[in-house]
Design a protein around this ligand. Structure first.
Ligand code: DGL
Length: 288
């Protein structure tokens, strides 16, 4: 048993789709969420920048004494090196492994589509896991960089004409490939799930990375004996790197009835993992 919080982070608010699933699957767990709203999007940036941002995000969460870190971000999950994550002082997971396993279990014809940010698709992360899991798998990948800004700006209402147009532009080719499973490889995309589902048609199963990862985390916490002693009443503390103004509305959009919790702005640049001399992690505390 371990009653410390789970640390969850994303480049922005997309990771809240994972928090929503975590709250449903693990209602007794406390969660500390960091959304790097001042630097979103990550997905159009270079590898080194994404890794540097991830080190800072992880450094911040470690300063909050979390027991497990979840990179609820397809981009970080695809870029942050396993050689680093395996040396963190607490267990770490991204979203790629669990999501790919769900897609492998869902496909009937071995034709799987993957959509994500430019960095995620460029990394080939989902594709590499799927090739191991599904012999002879046929993969169709597409970067959809405009989806993140659309979601961050609230263009998610059903039938939104701008979003519909962008969905059609990105996904028309994919729809013609005969895929029966589509990985929503970025945690922002589940907010567009209904519209994407309508465009792709009823024969295509959409895989939500937050849902897949929440279920996998439940298993991992049990296996590591890290579950909270509570089975309900878990809290969420939110941190962002930009203004907190308007956060409540966004939070409601992403979390639905699983929302709630105070939000605080922090200065993310001062954190790092491994800690830099004199940084807040080194002192084991934060001024955030
Ligand atoms: N939610 C992030 C992901 O899953 C968004 C990436 C971005 O900031 O571009 O990839």
């Amino acid at each position: 048993m371990d009653n410390r919080p789970i640390g969850v982070f994303d480049s922005g608010l997309g990771g809240l789709t994972a928090v929503r699933q975590l709250r449903q699957v693990l209602p007794g767990e406390d969660i500390v969420y960091f959304g790097d709203t001042g630097r979103v999007p990550y997905g159009s940036r270079g590898r080194e920048t994404i890794i540097q941002y991830a080190r800072q995000d992880i450094g911040f969460l470690l300063s909050r004494d979390v027991k497990f870190i979840v990179a609820a971000c397809g981009t970080v999950s695809s870029t942050y090196p396993p050689a680093e994550s395996s040396h963190l002082p607490v267990p770490f997971t991204g979203v790629v492994g669990a999501t790919a396993r769900c897609a492998a279990a869902a496909t009937r014809n071995g034709r799987i589509g993957v959509i994500g940010t430019q960095a995620t698709i460029r990394s080939g992360s989902y594709q590499a896991v799927l090739r191991q899991l599904v012999p002879g798998v046929q993969l169709f990948a597409k970067a959809c960089p405009l989806f993140v800004p659309l979601v961050e700006n609230g263009y998610v209402n059903d039938g939104n004409p701008v979003t519909k147009l962008v969905i059609a532009d990105y996904l028309t080719e994919l729809r013609g490939t005969g895929i029966d499973t589509l990985i929503l490889g970025c945690t922002h995309y589940p907010l567009l799930q209904k519209m994407i589902g309508e465009f792709m048609g009823p024969d295509v199963t959409l895989i939500d990375p937050g849902k897949s990862t929440a279920n996998a985390l439940d298993d991992a916490l049990s296996a590591l004996e890290l579950k909270s002693s509570r089975t309900e009443g878990g809290s969420v503390q939110f941190y962002v790197s930009d203004s907190t103004e308007g956060f409540a509305e966004q939070e409601a959009l992403f979390l639905g009835k699983y929302g709630g919790g105070p939000v605080e702005q922090i200065s993310i640049e001062q954190y790092n993992w491994p800690p830099v001399d004199g940084g807040p992690n080194k002192q084991g505390k934060t001024n955030g």
